[in-house]
Write a protein that binds this ligand. Structure first.
Ligand SMILES: CC(=O)SCCNC(=O)CCNC(=O)[C@H](O)C(C)(C)COP(=O)(O)OP(=O)(O)OC[C@H]1O[C@@H](n2cnc3c(N)ncnc32)[C@H](O)[C@@H]1OP(=O)(O)O
Length: 394
């Protein structure tokens, strides 16, 4: 078994980063101060024989849950174990420590982006949101006559500082949106500079009152023209969305515009006369969500409809979450009533933002059903208007 400790010295933080780089095979060295990308207290080392052989890090941010509350959120990142030390419980020690620590500090939700699909369910993470990669043949994209033109756009003078300022100004409020920390911005910028990406940022709206931006860089040339790779698309209004889309589709010499992470229900096709220039070229899991404090997280979101349901929760990693919860229009609270539906905490994490239906969890054998009439009630209670989506990779 590995022991786990919080890494604090710059030597230990640098070592942890090297461990992660080695584990992930092939990510480039980090050119700057490692401490600048590491939130104090949030980098863990898995130690065997006095050597750091594994690591897990995190950002402390917030996440928007159904109803609009912003909850403290641990954005888990940089999990890696040296290939010489895998499959002997190092990652398990790190993940368990991290979750127990978050619980103790009062953080109700953790999320991550998984490198592989088979790793994180055992720790209680469930897939709560999906994203699609979309390519638009820009020259064939013609907007419908009734679609608003959007407002003015301009190239950002200070791309990263302006993007950050506008992100914070927009303060995204869609279900699944997260706040971005200093360390997050530093990592993205340094990686972008390092890749020699010629990142361009275009802002939407009058100076000082911008309500959206897009960050993109040029990709490969094809017969149709240069590919524009959209790395970050943030729109705080319909006007901003359309102003930025019209801009992207109008850039000279551009063939396909590729969005790597759009929400599953993004309305982009609805705006166009002909939908065929828009192709979904991939679908991937986005938010892996872990309810760290089940009673607090359940109580913090809102529910729909007049129904009520009693859900039983099983949690082997954080057994203090286990129990039965009454959920209805007025909220959620622990109960001694018998559960109608029982799930493990990973399945509850999948359902929590409203993007995965209870009936599908039932069909997948992930719910023990004591009362079949509770399934439709749970679906109505947990329903949301738009597919949950984060839009921030970390
Ligand atoms: C959020 C992120 O950072 S995503 C990036 C994740 N990192 C990587 O993919 C880098 C390359 N891989 C690694 O560094 C390591 O293999 C890790 C971190 C994925 C796993 O570390 P390990 O120390 O080997 O895991 P550990 O020995 O604790 O295994 C715990 C369990 O996970 C399972 N497991 C570990 N890795 C994998 C995997 N890649 N796929 C499926 N199952 C896995 C083990 O079999 C074990 O299963 P059990 O519960 O049945 O006993």
């Amino acid at each position: 078994m590995a022991s786990v400790r919080v890494l604090e010295t710059s030597d230990d933080l640098a070592r942890a980063f090297e461990v992660f780089r080695t584990a992930l095979i092939g990510i480039p060295p980090y050119p700057g101060e490692i401490t600048g990308i590491s939130e104090p207290g949030r980098v863990l080392g898995g130690v065997v024989d006095d050597e750091i052989v594994g690591t897990a890090a995190a950002y402390s941010s917030t996440i928007v849950v159904p109803g609009g509350a912003r909850l403290p959120h641990l954005a888990v990142t940089r999990v890696g174990v040296l290939p010489t030390h895998t499959r002997r419980g190092v990652a398990r020690s790190l993940m368990n420590y991290q979750l127990a620590d978050a619980r103790q500090r009062g953080v109700p939700i953790a999320t991550l982006r998984a490198a592989e699909g088979g790793i994180y369910e055992r720790y209680g993470y469930g897939i709560a949101a999906w994203i699609q990669s979309v390519e638009v043949a820009a020259r064939k994209a013609v907007f419908r006559p009734g679609v608003p033109v959007g407002g003015p756009v301009r190239l950002a003078a200070a791309p990263w500082a302006d993007a950050r300022r506008v992100y914070e100004r927009v303060d995204p409020s869609w279900v699944g949106a997260m706040s971005r920390t200093d360390e997050w911005w530093t990592v993205r910028q340094v990686r972008s500079d390092d890749d020699k990406e010629q990142a361009v940022v275009v802002l939407h709206g009058p100076p000082g009152a911008e309500d959206g931006y897009v960050r993109y860089h040029p990709g490969e040339w094809r017969d149709e023209g240069c590919t524009l790779l959209v790395d970050d698309f943030v729109a705080g209004s319909l006007e901003a969305r359309l102003g930025l889309l019209r801009y992207l589709f109008s850039v000279d010499l551009v063939g396909p515009v590729r969005f790597d992470a759009l929400p599953m229900d993004d309305p982009i096709r609805e705006f166009l006369v002909d939908v065929r220039p828009v192709k979904t070229v991939g679908v991937e899991d986005e938010i892996w969500l872990r309810l760290v404090d089940v009673p607090s997280a359940l109580a913090a979101r809102t529910y729909r409809g007049p129904g009520e349901v009693v859900v039983g929760v099983v949690d082997e990693v954080l057994p203090e979450n286990a129990g039965a919860y009454w959920i209805g229009a007025s909220g959620a609270k622990p109960t001694t009533a018998a559960p109608q539906l029982t799930v493990d905490v990973a399945a509850l994490g999948a359902a929590y933002l409203g993007g995965v239906r209870w009936r599908d969890l039932v069909a997948a054998g992930r719910v023990t059903v004591a009362d079949a009439s509770a399934v439709a009630v749970a679906d109505e209670l947990f329903a949301v208007d738009a597919a949950p989506y984060c839009g921030t990779f970390f």
